[in-house]
Design a protein around this ligand. Structure first.
Ligand SMILES: C[S@@+](CC[C@H](N)C(=O)[O-])C[C@H]1O[C@@H](n2cnc3c(N)ncnc32)[C@H](O)[C@@H]1O
Length: 273
């Protein structure tokens, strides 16, 4: 059974508007987990948003949005910020994270590996790069930001089974799982058409926000994505038994997000520890 639009509307809030304005009207301390991937200032062709600002202006804007995210986050909340540089703007994620230092503790720095080659084998999509100076971009950053650096996580909710099973008894583990670590391989799949990416130039795979939500480990969390795009974070929040709040400046993307949520199965329990 799929989730009707009314169901989705009841459980999640999708808002067309400027995230700074919408966030400033939200209750302080009301969000458990924020997961977002803002525009990277790369001149991507979004619908309503022009992805090209002066770098200083872009950084000021991002700091203002992140300050609002901090305000609406619960004291034990987690903010996962996915961002990447590019061959022409390699410093951007580092400039931003340093600017966020007065607002947040950098509790974890996760590397999202989108494609990887091990030996002769490769997995994931390799987006072509022009010229011979630069390597293909095979990873992005996920900065896990918290208010004081002391937020307890459910590491095993995204854990992996032991390769050597003798470790379980020898080291006194309660189950066949260990921490995945801070390198997450979530292959970026080759998409053959614009429709396959929901007519949006910069989506992330649903596993990415799902793993962030699971790692935070709060049952039925309130999950925010102020740059929701096609609603991938809200689909993840729905699958993880949470309540999503998504904002995008482009009403066309909000409509796509609504349709994606409406196509989701009606309800899913929060995964066990
Ligand atoms: C990188 S995309 C997010 C994609 C999303 N993670 C997904 O999987 O579909 C960034 C989004 O930010 C939106 N955006 C740009 N400026 C905005 C603003 N001021 N307020 C809200 N959304 C904005 C763009 O329309 C775009 O959809």
């Amino acid at each position: 059974m799929s989730c009707s639009r009314a169901d989705a509307a009841h459980r999640h809030r999708l808002i067309a508007g400027d995230c700074l304005a919408v966030l400033s009207a939200m209750e302080p301390g009301s969000i458990d987990v924020a997961v977002t991937s803002p525009p990277y200032n790369l001149d991507l062709r979004y619908g309503a948003y022009r992805d090209r600002r002066e770098e200083a202006d872009y950084l000021d804007w991002m700091v203002a949005v992140c300050a609002e995210i901090r305000r609406v986050l619960k004291p034990r909340g987690s903010f996962f910020l996915n961002i990447s540089g590019s061959s022409s703007r390699p410093w951007l994620p580092f400039e931003l994270i340093v600017r966020l230092r007065p607002l947040f503790h950098l509790q974890n720095h996760i590397t999202w590996v989108k494609s990887i080659a091990i030996g002769e084998d490769s997995s994931g999509h390799y987006k072509p790069v022009n010229g011979q100076r630069f390597l293909n971009h095979a990873h992005e950053h996920i900065f896990h930001l918290t208010q004081d650096g002391h937020v307890t996580l459910n590491r095993l909710a995204v854990g992996v089974p032991f390769k050597d099973k003798s470790n379980i008894a020898r080291r006194g583990h309660a189950q066949d799982l260990h921490c995945r670590g801070n390198t997450w391989f979530i292959p970026y799949r080759t998409v053959q058409s614009r429709a396959g990416k929901f007519h949006h130039p910069g989506t992330f795979p649903v596993e990415l926000p799902q793993w962030c939500i699971r790692l935070h480990g709060q049952p039925a969390p309130v999950v925010l994505d102020p740059f929701m795009g096609t609603g991938t974070t809200l689909v993840a929040a729905h699958r993880e038994g949470g309540h999503g709040i998504g904002i995008d400046i482009d009403p066309g993307y909000v409509a796509i997000a609504e349709a994606r949520l409406a196509a989701e199965p009606a309800s899913q329990p929060f995964p066990p520890d």
